[in-house]
Design a protein around this ligand. Structure first.
Ligand SMILES: [Zn+2]
Length: 206
């Protein structure tokens, strides 16, 4: 905790001072250009990898960067409401779904019942990735775990892009090119971001 408190002081003295004017402009409103949907993993830091400042990214993070398919519900839906707000109120121009290497959430899709029974809410959440698991097991021709891992992480991003288009207000804006949708795959140990190419179905790095 001491580290965090020291950080608060240093932020105020250094970074805040450096961007003081920006923080002033942001006082009463935000106008982010991008809805960034990423995994909660501590090693993925959206503003750091995109070199963006406060006010630029509207960030939604959850286990395994999942977009639940659109449905009307009386439940309290955190991810769905954040998406709705970003599109319909903040009017973002881009949506990025960003997966990453060594994703614990994607790994847990294959975990044993024993383990998953200890994390029932996580198990329930990961039911949303059942279509990902099915696709990976259908397409996987090698046995090694590493191949399965990155395939799962990348296919998971692609499936979430499809889920985004189940939202009527996203579909409408996507059709009229008012919004762009992108899939990214961040590699922790190299800092590279592979971008999904819709034309050939591959993740490519520039
Ligand atoms: Zn993750």
């Amino acid at each position: 905790m001491e580290k965090l408190l020291q950080g608060l002081i240093r932020f105020r003295k250094e970074d805040f001072e450096k961007h003081k004017e920006l923080f002033g402009q942001l006082e009463k409103q935000q106008s982010p250009h991008t809805l960034f949907i990423g995994c909660s993993d501590s090693r993925l830091v959206p503003n750091l990898i995109t070199q963006t400042l406060p006010g630029e990214l509207f960030v939604v993070r959850n286990i395994a960067n999942i977009v639940p398919p659109y449905r009307k519900s009386e439940e309290h839906l955190a991810t769905t409401s954040a998406i709705e707000y970003a599109i319909n109120v903040l009017d973002v121009q881009n949506i990025v779904v960003c997966g990453h290497s060594n994703c614990g959430g994607c790994h847990a899709i294959y975990a044993s019942d024993d383990l998953l029974s200890q994390i029932p809410h996580t198990r329930k959440w990961l039911e949303l990735a059942e279509d990902v698991k099915k696709r990976v097991l259908d397409e996987l021709h090698e046995e090694d775990e590493q191949t399965r891992e990155w395939m799962t992480e990348q296919i998971n991003v692609v499936e979430q892009l499809k889920h985004l288009l189940t939202y009527p207000f996203i579909r409408d804006k996507y059709k009229t090119s008012e919004i762009e949708i992108h899939g990214w795959y961040y590699v922790i140990e190299t800092g590279e971001v592979y971008i999904y190419n819709k034309e050939n179905g591959k993740f490519e790095v520039d």
